[in-house]
Design a protein. Structure first.
Length: 281
């Protein structure tokens, strides 16, 4: 198989790091971006010029645009844009600070939107490419205390759903990756809101207790294998047509299926009410 060139955000840890390393090991080129690119120095030593790096805060739209421009200028064709940067926040909607709300929207929703917009002129100009977005099973389900995380992920998926048919005529495919729980450092990076006593004995309080008892190691016993997840993500780039969504993990499959069938049941239960609001025949 011919080598490819990928552009990856959030490449320093977790899924982003695993995908970066897997690609380099198989002979591809990677433009890896992260807030702290120095943590990729070991990969730079191993793989040399096949690893292109840039320090990037994806919420800085001006810097994001210039980094994408520079990557295409330096590397020429980029086959796959892997939008992976992001993190979670926990707290009841009332507990979350304005800063936490703004960060979730900026990092998990606005940044991928701006990244795709920045890359599209180049992808169109080269006759196609792929855009892969790290989402979550939490874009199909929800849990107490995760309101803004879910909102940001449901939001970016809604955006991409609309863009998919817009860019298909140009040979650009878009895939949303919906992993379940994976053994990464996701839990340690979770932004946790200051608690309100009113929520102590509610579902939010119960989840908070689980988080506190985990000692920041929420995913230590998760079923998801980061290496296998990375391989599955890389595999989607070669599938034609581009899969719209890919659930990864037995927990993701079960949770998303239950959520979708539950919503379908609710929709069917309201059929007569929906039809009753039409003008009479």
């Amino acid at each position: 198989m011919a080598s490819e060139t990928w552009f990856i955000t959030g490449a320093s840890a977790g899924i982003g790091r695993a995908v970066t390393e897997r690609l380099l090991e198989r002979g591809d080129r990677v433009a890896a971006t992260a807030r702290r690119v120095e943590v990729l120095s070991d990969l730079a030593e191993r793989f040399g010029e096949r690893l292109w790096t840039a320090s990037l805060d994806v919420t800085d739209t001006k810097a994001l645009n210039s980094t994408v421009e520079r990557a295409f200028a330096d590397l020429g064709r980029i086959d796959v844009i892997f939008s992976n940067a992001g993190r979670g926040a926990f707290g009841a909607a009332e507990e979350l600070s304005e800063e936490a709300i703004d960060e979730q929207i900026a990092l998990n929703m606005s940044a991928p939107i701006h990244l795709l917009r920045a890359a599209l002129p180049y992808l169109r100009g080269q006759g196609g490419g792929r855009f892969i977005q790290t989402s979550t099973m939490g874009a199909q389900i929800s849990s107490p205390g995760g309101s803004m995380y879910h909102a940001s992920k449901w939001g970016v998926e809604g955006f991409l759903e609309s863009v998919i048919p817009e860019v298909a005529p140009f040979g650009v495919g878009i895939t949303m990756i919906e992993p379940g729980n994976i053994r990464t450092g996701f839990g340690a990076a979770l932004a946790i809101a200051r608690p309100l006593e009113a929520y102590a004995h509610t579902p939010v309080g119960q989840v908070r207790q689980l988080i506190e008892n985990s000692g920041g190691n929420l995913t230590g016993s998760a079923p998801g294998d980061p290496a296998r997840v990375a391989d599955a993500i890389i595999d989607t780039a070669s599938r034609t047509p581009a899969p719209r969504r890919v659930a990864l993990g037995s927990d993701a499959y079960a949770a998303v299926r239950q959520a979708l069938t539950g919503r379908l049941d609710e929709l069917d239960a309201g059929k007569s009410v929906a039809e009753s609001t039409d003008f009479p025949a």
